[in-house]
Design a protein around this ligand. Sequence first.
Ligand code: DX5
Ligand code: ZN
Length: 217
Amino acid sequence: MRPLIAPSVLASDFANLQSEVEMLNKSQADWLHIDIMDGRFVPNISFGFPVMESIKGHAQKPMDVHLMIVEPELYIEKFREAGADTISVHIEACTHLHRTVQQIKATGAKAGIAVNPHTSVQLLEDVIADVDLVCLMSVNPGFGGQKFIENTYRKIEALKNLMVQRNSQALIEIDGGVNQNNAPLLLEKGADVLVAGSFVFSSADPIQTIADLKSIK
Ligand code: DX5
Ligand code: ZN
């Protein structure tokens, strides 16, 4: 199966957001990856609801919202109203993760769980059957353009095994430092969705770069 490609809008030119989103509409991108950072869960602040709503106004593809915020349960409905199709919360940010997953699903959005590089996927054992997506962070969240962490390959294998045991149909998304060089092995190990920020937006021809990622498998 060909991978789903989710370019991260964080790496786009914010002064030309409309044309960036229109470029993604024309491309083979499957989703728009929207990184929300609060300056508390991660040491950076990205953007919030007004910008997200502006993106939604032009986007013709689903919005995959990655919440890097503390207490995400306070804002789930607002992100859904702002146009989120999938909402991922960090396992490290949720005291009542099972409840928060149900809260996301109650809005009609797909529910995802994001996992930091240091967090064992085994912690997902009792919730994996309930979620639509697991986002494995292949960098420490907070910034685009960081170096890919090689241990991610092993984590995909461990997650795949857990999913078989628990009969989970979740998609496996890889986020951080993804490029043409690591994408083939990520897909071979079982990734379904590739997020790519700087690799797409720093390239000379983002539409072609997205097409190249899309055609890997
Ligand atoms: C990191 C974000 C990623 C990031 C990916 O905190 O969650 O989605 O934007 O950007 P690249 O592909 O440049 O690592
Ligand atoms: Zn992200």
